[in-house]
Ligand binder design. Structure first.
Ligand code: 13P
Length: 260
């Protein structure tokens, strides 16, 4: 299985900024060793910038992802974006259930499950975000909350063919703080998520099609410690993905660590 480096640009950039960041990442990364790296790099701009970023990365190994999707293909759903549109734009990945959507837009596990199913229907690989709040962790509920989110989102869902199912463990309370959790701490959660996946799917599906990645204040300084863990199969990156030089430095460190 590949190692993933997925950039979540959130709502941080306008169209022109997204295009120039994508071009700069291509210039710095796609030319030098990207082809031989095990690292799968995915850029997730806002919906309105998908076209520009798609053009900027065209012909390179860098892939396109979206930050959200609606679960119906078409209909009276004002403001929503269909998986069909994401497919037309060339998205191979889509983030779902990000903690910011759960927090600010009251996205529920059930909505997340519908979204995962819609993506699978259209052969777009879901990046399912799960994670506990600080209060939940303090109350000793980290494992129950995270495993509950995984199970609820994946009920009756199974990756088929060559589909990938990526679970991003993002402890909510470290996102955007500049301080990640200790790699051992993340690894213990990854281990439990992997156990859960093994309860849901046959061994070969988990091995070949599922990946559990870490997100929350990852940068070029700490990425190595996460990638070095055999149960952490990549990273989902916010702030450190917004500057091309920092992001590509992080990719270089991650690529080295994944070869080690
Ligand atoms: P930061 O890397 O800025 O902490 O954001 C993480 C995140 O939410 C990625 O989805």
């Amino acid at each position: 299985m590949e190692i993933f480096a997925i950039a979540n640009w959130k709502m941080q950039l306008n169209e022109a900024e997204s295009m120039s960041l994508a071009k700069e990442v291509v210039r710095l990364w796609a030319g030098q060793g990207a082809e031989v790296s095990e690292l799968k790099v995915v850029l997730c701009p806002s919906h309105v910038s998908l076209n520009e970023v798609s053009e900027a990365i065209h012909g390179t190994p860098i892939e396109l992802g979206a930050q959200d999707v609606f679960w119906e293909d078409r209909g009276a759903f004002t403001g929503e974006v269909s998986p069909v549109t994401l497919k037309e734009r060339g998205c191979r990945y889509c983030i779902v259930g990000h903690s910011e959507r759960r927090q600010y837009l009251s996205e529920t596990d059930e909505m997340v499950r519908h979204k995962v199913a819609a993506l699978m229907r259209h052969d777009i690989n879901p990046v399912l975000c799960v994670g506990e709040t600080f209060e939940e962790r303090e109350a000793g509920r980290r494992d129950a909350v995270v495993i509950g989110q995984v199970r609820a989102a994946l009920e009756d869902i199974r990756p088929v063919g060559n589909q990938r199912l990526i679970i991003a463990y993002e402890p909510r309370w470290v996102i955007g703080t500049g301080t990640a959790v200790q790699p051992d701490d993340a690894a213990s959660m990854h281990y439990l998520i992997n156990e859960t996946l093994r309860e849901l799917y046959p061994e070969d599906v988990v091995e070949r099609q599922c990946a559990v990645i870490y997100g929350g204040s990852v940068d070029s300084g700490n990425v190595k410690d996460f990638i070095a863990s055999p149960v952490i199969q990549g990273v989902l990156v916010g702030g450190a993905a917004l500057k091309a030089a920092e992001f590509v430095r992080m990719l270089e460190v991650a690529a080295d660590a994944s070869r080690a």
